[in-house]
Design a protein around this ligand. Structure first.
Ligand SMILES: [Zn+2]
Length: 360
């Protein structure tokens, strides 16, 4: 009986020691290296783990908080942030990926990445490095980021999957035949509900999914109408108002033309509270104003306040915060390779081209 008691005591004593004393070394991983201006810096020289938290090691490191440090190296200031503050040891698993700061961006040497199971060390546009404890990350493909325009047309037989009817799902005037892709439809419903709560009511959906044939019919009717008025340049004029078949975003099942009951005229929609509300809030529901006023040269399409495009989260917020048109995002990401983005809900995302990953 006495022996059993001591055995139990010993067991709890061991357990206590194991929990209380970290088995980790009192330093940041030696493998963690950043390359700045072709000089290699070792983070161990700047941060050390002491008394249960990371602290600045010398005067060139300034602790902003328990998990955020400002490091000055060769006159370049940058931040290191330990995201997973519940497990500060997480930094021990940061890889030996060699990175380089160029134009305030941290560029990961991709060949060094492949050799390790761990990533992740990133920097945002604002000189901020983020270290994430994470195993090799598999990115999710976004099915909502497709660019459709005159340079990127859809095939005539392209029909989006999971189209659902809008009737009965959203609090707006719709016709029986209107459809959108399921997620876009659901988010549209939530968005209108929220607008209604904010006193913005009586939305009208004027157009949603349009098949290749629908677009052909619309295009032909415009062509015939303008032919009577402008017999010489009716084709150019038609192109200003309606996309050729295959070149309309409506064929993706991700675009809507939205308006309000009080405004029958498309162009005056800009003046409504409805537009103002959508401009400020639609990104929260994954929508963007696809053809903004200040981006006509980039999109190649005149200002369409009524045309909303679903791109989903986190892309809608990223585009909104940077004031990027879809084309600008594509250009940016093809140069920078990746972005680490913190959403308004405090969630970190790693974004590469049209792929993304939620970073926990
Ligand atoms: Zn449209």
């Amino acid at each position: 009986m006495r022996r059993l008691f001591f055995k139990i005591l010993l067991f709890y004593l061991l357990l206590f020691i194991l929990i209380k004393i970290p088995v980790f070394a009192n330093e940041v991983s030696k493998k963690f290296i950043v390359k700045v201006n072709n000089k290699i810096i070792d983070v161990n020289n700047y941060i050390v783990y002491k008394d249960g938290r990371f602290v600045a090691k010398n005067t060139s490191t300034k602790a902003i908080s328990n998990n955020k440090f400002l490091i000055n190296f060769d006159g370049i200031n940058f931040y290191i942030e330990l995201i997973n503050d519940k497990e500060p040891f997480a930094i021990l698993s940061v890889s030996n990926a060699i990175c380089e700061i160029k134009h305030n961006q941290l560029i990961i040497n991709k060949s060094s990445l492949n050799k390790t199971d761990y990533f992740y060390l990133n920097i945002s546009l604002k000189n901020k490095i983020i270290i994430i404890n994470s195993k090799k990350i598999i990115l999710d493909n976004s099915q909502y980021m497709k660019i459709v325009n005159k340079n990127n047309p859809l095939a005539s037989n392209f029909i989006p999957k999971d189209l659902v009817y809008l009737k009965g799902k959203i609090n707006a005037e719709v016709t029986n035949s209107m459809r959108l892709k399921r997620n876009a439809a659901m988010q549209l419903g939530s968005m209108i509900k929220e607008a209604n709560r904010n006193g913005v009511r009586d939305f009208v959906i004027r157009s949603a999914y349009r098949s290749y044939n629908d677009q052909t019919n619309i295009y032909t009717s415009y062509l015939n109408r303008f032919k009577k008025i402008y017999p010489n340049d009716y084709r150019i004029i038609t192109a200003k108002y309606v996309q050729k078949p295959g070149m309309s975003e409506h064929q993706t099942g991700l675009a809507i033309d939205i308006s309000s009951k009080s405004r029958n005229n498309y162009s005056s929609f800009e003046q409504t509270n409805h537009y103002k509300w959508l401009k400020q809030n639609s990104w929260k529901y994954g929508f963007i104003i696809r053809y903004p006023k200040d981006k006509t040269k980039i999109t190649g399409i005149s200002f369409e306040p009524w045309h909303l495009r679903y791109v989903g989260e986190p892309f809608a917020e990223l585009l909104y915060r940077n004031n990027w048109a879809l084309e600008e995002f594509t250009n940016h990401i093809s140069k920078e390779k990746f972005i680490v983005f913190k959403s308004y809900q405090g969630i970190y995302y790693l974004i590469t081209d049209n792929k993304y990953k939620l970073l926990k």
